[in-house]
Write a protein that binds this ligand. Structure first.
Ligand SMILES: [Zn+2]
Length: 136
């Protein structure tokens, strides 16, 4: 790995749910996609924190502002996952496809909120199920 001591700028701030079942896989996936250097934030429910809680949203905006100022990030990655307890879990959905569709809509809504506040940033949406993570 290159000399990280002198590295101050990178492209990505990723935000994921706190759910420990997905932490390692998510970090490994983001690490692989970004080359291993990125800002990482967890929020309960990821997209849900941005959509449903003004306080969480403001705090997350502060994190984005800091990542922009200190690291000159270019992208925010919003990462939702299957069976998210913050949204009631898989039992709230007819099947895995319906659950994924639900999260795509939530991710889109959260992405719009972030894009409105930070139009200079590219927002990517990621969904993690039991098999894989993918940009959606
Ligand atoms: Zn969750």
């Amino acid at each position: 790995m290159e000399d990280l001591k002198h590295l101050h700028h990178w492209d990505v701030l990723a935000v994921s749910c706190i759910d420990g079942r997905f932490t390692k896989r998510t970090i490994d996936w983001v690490s692989e996609k970004t080359g291993g250097v990125f800002d990482f934030r967890t929020e309960v429910g990821s997209s849900k924190a941005i959509i449903d809680s003004r306080a969480d949203q403001e705090r997350f905006f502060d994190v984005i502002s800091t990542s922009l100022k200190l690291h000159s990030i270019k992208e925010v990655w919003l990462i939702d996952h299957i069976d998210c307890g913050a949204y009631g879990g898989s039992k709230e959905h007819a099947d895995a496809e319906a659950e994924k569709q639900f999260h795509l809509e939530k991710l889109e809504k959260a992405a719009q909120i972030v894009s409105e506040k930070f139009p200079e940033l590219t927002v990517k949406k990621v969904y993690v199920d039991w098999q894989k993570a993918e940009i959606v």
